[in-house]
Design a protein. Sequence first.
Lengths: 162, 747
Amino acid sequence: MPGRELRVGLGVNGEQRNIEVSVEQTLLEVLRDQVGLTGTKECCAVGECGACTVMLDGRAVNSCLVLAVEADGAQVTTIEGLTARDGLSPLQDAFVRHGAVQCGFCTPGMVVAAHALLTTTLRPTMAEIREGLSGNLCRCGCYNQICDAVAEVAGLVAAPAR
Amino acid sequence: MIGSSERRIGGADRASGAQRYVADVRLGGALHVALVHLDCARARIGPIDATAALLAPGVVAVVTAQDLPQPMPRFGPTYADRPLLAVDETKFHGEPVAAVLAETHEAAREAAALVRVEHEQLPAVVSIGQALDPGAPLVRDPALRAADDPLRNTNRLSEWHFGWGDVDRASADTVIEHVYGAASTTHFAIEPHGFMAAPDGDGVAIWSSIQHPYVLQRLVAATIGLPVAKVRVFAPDPGGGFGGKQHAKYEPLLAVLALRIGRPLRLVLTLEETFQSVRSPTFEIAMRTGFRDDGTITFQDIVVDGMLGAYADIGYRVVSKAAYLACGPYRVPDARIEVRALLSHTPPATALRGFGSPQMAWAFESQMDAAAAQLGLDRVAIRLGNLARRGEAIVRGAGDTPVDGDWAQTVQRAVAWIGWDTPLPEGHGRGLALGIKSSATTGASYAIVRLLHDGSATVMAGTSDMGQGARTVIAQIAAQELGIGTERVNVVMGDTGAAPYDMQTSASRSTVFMGTAVLNACSEIRKKLRQMAAETYRMPEATLELDGGSVRLPDGARSFVEIMADTFGPMLGEVIGIGERRGAHIPGHPLGGHAAFYEFSCTASEVSVDIETGEVQLLRHVTVSDVGKALNPTHVAMQDEGAAMMGIGQTLMEHLLFDPQSGRIENLGALDYRILTTKDVPLEMASLTVENEDGPGPYGSKGTGESGLLSTAPAIASAIRDATGVAIRDLPITPERIWAALQSARR
């Protein structure tokens, strides 16, 4: 059984943590199994699906491809960190209103990827939104609703009629 | 309220990461399980050496077939044919030969790699041609089949002969004959399959991301020999199902081992293992169709071969049920449909959104295009000319459900949206196709609704909310009937110990079956409240009228809450209603009963094709579905458009590739398998409905959720043919196939 012989310092959603990890543990495993933040999802575990997307020092990454030791000293933002204390963020709310949430398993990674996109690209075009989210797979097929939700927050399209 | 796009219940939890899927549930003291499998489909299993694995830190046990009860317990929804672990021979790439139990996930995985399995690779049956070859190795040991099974010495699991009239005596001006292939695809729910089992008093508790918890409960009970009541299944909302999470996989193994070891066990499959667990049957459909010169169909002569995996699962029914409607939504005077379900050394084939119906539409709609081209007829006109009208039989002579919609309206909406008669730019093409699926036939759904003293309600309904939004629609129905807001309704699902029996969540049945059960339960509550009002206020019951969430008395209305308060007094109470909806079982009927309704849809698509590369660009795409009544229009559109997206992937890119020698799946994983991304969606897309309130479900609803992909493939193929002149008859329609067809057309 691999020992947890290394200590990393990690800022998780603004809170500084010292965590004992083993050398081969991924950031995804540490977040889910040791920090107890299960909002970040595991699907392919090899960086192909985007379900485990988190922000590492402001950049969207597949947390399954980042070793925990590589993240030493970094600031990590997970889906839990994007959720406002009193409810959903405007982006999360737009996802729900646009019908961009079906089974929901890709949703946390998708929301984080969209948040990162909106942070780095102030007023993205629809093409930039599609490009920016193309690493996140949604098998329920909500791509149009997802892109519309992000576009609404970016000020490109109106809120859906009820 | 009904007909409004109420906010998705559970939407906020999913968007914030708070939704707990099975892998997010942690059981204290759980051991982690890793499976050991071989890198080929079929192999004779020799000695298994677990010495190194057992010495690894944290490993508690390594279990092989020999350590399990003898004879090996087998399970399956209809055929109890699947062993807990492979016995003597592996039957598909990924079938486990051993299981490692360890204190951590990493330890279990690492030790699994240390288990040495001596084995001899054997030739595998991985194609329909191989499965039909009398000289091929038998997938199933004849000793495991019934002694009087005439097919026991073949790779045919079962055969059916459907039809009516006399095809051999039917005449035609033109006969169109082609064979259509449809590759096996995999579900690729983004949530991999996850399972847990734990001793629970004198029984066992199971956690699984499963669509049919009640079937799982029955199978686990049968495997262990426990009363059904001693098996409790917790089914957290699945992260996508699409049919792949209908039936048991490793839950029976975990249940046996958890009871033996006395600790909870946890197994979450990798995505590769998930790919190796579920797929759709491979289809080959040979279709010979007679037409008169005016395009009228005179007969259909069809042979359907569906290749299942090594174990039956529910794949045999996918093949037979889909083939039952292989003539499509058309008037066909004479029909013969021969159907064979074949065993192979591939992962168990099971239901996949559409249940084989998209593959049938692929064939019968491609035939319509071929006929239109040969007879010089418009592709829409030939379809409308043959389309059966309301009340007509599409399957003749069996007393089946007649056409239950004004289907031409559906076609005309698609024609209008796509602009069928408008000119197209050079290199563009347009296609249109119809699809039909028989809904659920038999089976029961029960619901218990409790109206609590404050006027809020708890609904216990065993449906699985796997993304379709079942909770929301069920809450909407209860809210409507009890005169309250959906925010006052709590829907309890995913626990066989709490919610009553529901046969399954599949076949777009939940709105119609469970929805009706909930509606009936609410009706019982309303009746009881009227009786209570009559007794409490000493009024003749006949003079009282129900009005929304209240009862009208001569001196004014009393709300349900007031009636309960006046009846129960300070000790409180509640009013309970029980509802059910059962589809009658008809012995001897090939489907077990008549369709509750038909899912009918029309897809129209406009494409451009790069003739130098064969690459297809989807420009405009519309689905129109006859849903009877959209109880939540946003949910309907999400489902319908999502189905279309899956259908587009299956049409243009998705297929599982089996190595013909080893039977290995060559494209395990997201990158090698490939599904649609944000960059592959049509430039313009719409999802429309026809709503005539003519369905059997609440408020005239029919089921939906599969409609959007029923006719995707033939519509896109038709558009590609329109653009290029070449007809592709094998799915998926890859650029390579188009390019090759264009090259041979040029020659």
